[in-house]
Design a protein around this ligand. Structure first.
Ligand code: ATP
Length: 333
């Protein structure tokens, strides 16, 4: 098997914050030992509730933020120091697409000017070839030359996100991190932008990390999926298999709340208890206060991510104990 394009090894990231009435300074651990391989040409989905550490993981994967400990390697080389010349030249190979295209675009410039900006910055080609390549990029995301002459506020949300994608592709990146790229769009437009990303990924052989809280969207685009809960990966595996037979109780709850078209809907599992809060991480397994299967060990010992089959890893004491919840084993059968 070829080496993964991105190798993330036990990354940790904490933020200092003030809590309580007296403003006591505490460390909030946003990412708590995440390890991931992102294989060349695949889309890896990263799902989890708000605050689970998905965006922080994405920023560290791109080197926009350095981990406190652990490491990220891109194309078998350690991530250069953030902001260094080596990092800047590497950044051309890695691009990020955010949720808010209006915030990512400059309102004072036309779309075409922003799409061609990387050519101007890096002095790539002459004026005519830059203009031609800009039109090509616009066309590749479904925008016309005339739409390129407009300003961001003159386009719809979906068109603006297409423009952001065109600009991200200008440097011919190998790797894209998409952080909630369709969450701000109408559902009908979401499907179009997802299909565009799927087409571009196949055409250009892109590798993608696709971050979203929305399982429905992640399911459409991902080859493999990692599920995060309070800064850790609790389940990782082939997307089809994971959605068909989720093993971790948290994944099961997420999947049951988002049934796939054509799949027999299983009983809806309602998550009770407080939503995850990294400032108040429970002892033991962070999910145990919301888990109906929790037993004594879950309250004291944090489970590690264990490979249970060649394409599935799960961090849950139930798996160790050989007592996978019934619905998951039924679905797997
Ligand atoms: N720069 C920062 N300073 C302080 N705290 C931060 C910072 N960035 C993230 N956090 C905190 O880290 C935790 C994880 O945030 P993160 O944005 O990575 O989660 P997420 O899963 O992407 O959620 P969301 O979808 O809401 O962005 C949250 O509690 C967040 O408040």
């Amino acid at each position: 098997m070829t080496a993964p394009l991105v190798k993330v090894d036990a990354i940790v990231r904490s933020y200092r914050m003030r809590t309580g009435m007296f403003g006591r300074v505490t460390d909030l651990r946003a990412v708590d030992g995440v390890s991931l391989d992102i294989r060349r040409g695949e889309t890896l989905g990263l799902v989890g509730e708000s605050g689970s550490g998905k965006s922080t993981t994405g920023r560290m994967v791109l080197g926009l933020e350095a981990p406190d400990s652990g490491s990220v390697a891109f194309d078998q080389a350690a991530m250069p120091t953030t902001g260094s010349p080596a990092w800047r030249s590497q950044r051309a190979r890695m691009q990020m697409i955010f949720q808010d295209p209006l915030g990512a675009l400059d309102r004072r410039w036309t779309i075409a000017r922003q799409v061609r900006e990387p050519f101007d910055i890096h002095a790539i080609g002459d004026d005519a070839s830059r203009a031609a390549r800009t039109d090509e990029l616009l066309l590749s995301v479904g925008l016309s030359h005339d739409q390129g002459l407009r300003y961001p506020h003159e386009l719809s949300g979906g068109q603006r996100q297409r423009a952001v994608i065109a600009r991200a592709l200008a440097t011919r990146p190998d790797f894209l991190v998409c952080d909630e790229p369709v969450s701000a769009l109408d559902v009908s437009i979401q499907a179009q932008v997802i299909n565009l990303l799927i087409d571009l990924q196949a055409e250009l052989g892109l590798t993608m990390l696709f971050i979203s809280h929305d399982l429905r969207v992640v399911r459409q685009i991902s080859r493999r999926v990692a599920v995060m809960y309070l800064g850790r990966i609790v389940e990782l595996g082939d997307a089809d298999h994971l959605f068909a037979a989720p093993q971790h109780p948290y994944t099961r709850a997420l999947v049951s709340a988002s049934p796939a078209p054509g799949r027999r809907s299983t009983e809806r599992i309602v998550l009770t208890g407080d939503p995850p809060n990294p400032a108040a991480r429970p002892a033991g397994c962070a999910f145990h206060p919301r888990c109906s299967h929790a037993f004594a060990r879950c309250r004291v010992e944090s489970p590690t991510l264990v490979e249970i089959t060649p394409d599935r890893s799960v961090a849950c004491h139930l798996i160790d104990a050989g007592t996978v919840p019934a619905a998951a084993s039924e679905a797997a059968a």
